[in-house]
Design a protein around this ligand. Structure first.
Ligand SMILES: [Zn+2]
Length: 307
């Protein structure tokens, strides 16, 4: 019983935090006209990739040399001195201080920085590139912004098992097995065996990042979620009509169907029993690595039973 109380407490706290954050994003949008969903996406991306656990509500970290200006010997938060040294730090809450530890100042500073590049999606992209200098980071933030914009909320925590529970399927924990279909040297993922044509569903909110043929994976699709995890669905029989790279998905959306494609040139099929190969990869802002999806699949399967 205590367990349930604690869990619901955590959820209530998350909800309040989301509301507080949304209020800050919207306030910043009102004064800078930079849409809230870009600020939300940058903040979430930084939270996903930051090494230290922070108590701060807003996680965006602006390097000191950018904030105070190169060659500024002082670390005073006086916004006039900062602008004298061409630092980007700005005062967002009207106290004449540009404080890198103040949530409103940080959001206002980020929004002002982006605004300089212009208003279109392309302009924002250029601004992000100038700030992060990494293609995957820019693309991920743009995609996350699209998801926030589509659903209009920060609460995107629902998940779904990738197959309908009423279908005949089976899977076991094969993490790291030497042999597998569609993995690499070791088996990076879980194989869920099912019949040809069983619908495959998105497990999370996210954006389609990759779609097409891969020599080992066959017809596969890759979706990046809001926690910077990349979900890889391989050996598909086919795709849902019209699904394309850049599309926004939510948990439970059908993206394709189970098949046995792969291990040869485009179209090769039937070299192994039909199954969904499901892989998960984490990105920390520098590099990507795979981790075991099995415990997550178990959890989502259990949760779907109670839906
Ligand atoms: Zn596999």
């Amino acid at each position: 019983m205590l367990f349930f109380i604690l869990v619901s407490d955590v959820h209530a706290e998350e909800k309040n935090e989301d509301e507080e954050k949304m209020a800050l994003y919207k306030k910043t949008e009102a004064v800078t006209l930079v849409p809230w969903y870009y600020l939300a996406a940058i903040d979430k991306y930084e939270k996903n990739t930051t090494k230290e656990k922070s108590e701060k509500l807003i996680t965006i970290d602006i390097p000191e040399t950018k904030w105070y200006g190169i060659g500024n010997p002082s670390r005073t938060n006086d916004d006039r001195i900062i602008s004298l040294f061409k630092g980007i730090g700005k005062d967002g809450n009207g106290d004449n201080l540009a404080d890198p530890d103040n949530n409103e100042d940080v959001l206002f500073t980020m929004a002002n920085y982006l605004k300089k590049f212009g208003r279109t999606e392309q302009d924002i992209k250029i601004g992000l590139w100038r700030f992060y200098h990494r293609d995957l980071t820019v693309q991920t933030i743009m995609n996350m912004a699209k998801v926030y914009q589509t659903f209009g909320t920060l609460d995107l925590n629902n998940r779904s098992f990738p197959l309908p529970l009423h279908a005949n399927y089976s899977y076991k924990n094969t993490w790291g097995d030497a042999r597998g279909f569609g993995g690499r040297r070791i088996h990076e993922g879980t194989d869920i065996f099912a019949n040809y044509g069983v619908p495959v569903k998105a497990t999370t909110y996210g954006v389609v990042e990759i779609k097409g043929w891969n020599r080992f994976g066959g017809w596969r699709i890759g979706i990046r979620d809001m926690n910077n995890n990349y979900h890889y669905y391989a050996h598909l029989n086919g795709y849902k009509d019209g699904i394309e790279v850049g599309d926004v998905v939510k948990p439970g959306d059908i993206i394709g169907s189970v098949g046995a494609t792969g291990y040869g040139p485009p179209g090769t099929s039937g070299k192994f029993p039909p199954h969904l190969h499901y892989g998960m990869y984490k990105d920390n802002g520098y590099s990507e690595w795979s981790f075991d999806p099995y415990p997550y699949l178990k959890r989502w399967e259990r949760a779907d039973k109670h839906k």
